[in-house]
Design a protein around this ligand. Sequence first.
Ligand code: C5P
Length: 236
Amino acid sequence: MGKDVIVACDFASGEKTLEFLSKFGEEKPFVKIGMELYYAEGPSIVKAIKERGHKIFLDLKLHDIPNTVKKSMAVLRELDVDMTNLHAGGGIEMMKAAVEGLTREDGTRPILIAVTMLTSISQEVMENELGITGGTVADTVMKYAKNAKAAGLDGVVCSPLEAETVHTACGREFLTVTPGVRFADGDVGDQKRVMTPAQANKIGSDYIVVGRPITAAADPVAAYRRCVREFVGGEE
Ligand code: C5P
């Protein structure tokens, strides 16, 4: 398993996304397609990006009863993406059903990771609105990560700050996919707790998900290459 930079293509249309990816020429970054783009364009945008030779992380965060998730994952399986995800809050049975739905006839399947506790959920909201008491948000993140592992998933989406603890609790092979990455000299934007690509590498992130530092850069290709050098190459 190699470390990689995943570019979050948070564009509202397929046209804008393809125009952006054309800048990369023969270089084919790993691309994240989120709900906004998928709901706007449907499966055709996944196929179009795949045909251009990119790996795809389809970030749709499924969360429903096990049977529905299993059948939906079986549909996504046909899109032949490289990575997809769901909410660990759906429980172990749901996550196991997702693995079954996603697995191809030859036993292979895309990487499947879980979203634990959304970073937008505070301790107060977790306790008072969601009714999860008796621990910190970090405790819930760890519990959900362990549940994901027990269900046979490959890893979790987490803050780079949680990557080390997740690896300690779930093993080095359990993947950590971490957003919240910024260049040392870059804009933080609305992200609260950030790390540089080199720091994310050091604390053991397996994949970093980087959006605006690349998509909004004056030279996105140069920004992407810098990100790869710092994250994969460990360059400070
Ligand atoms: O532009 P930026 O680098 O902040 O984009 C980060 C990407 O990671 C976005 O697609 C965002 O939705 C996603 N993400 C995040 N924080 C999470 C989970 C996902 O920033 N906790």
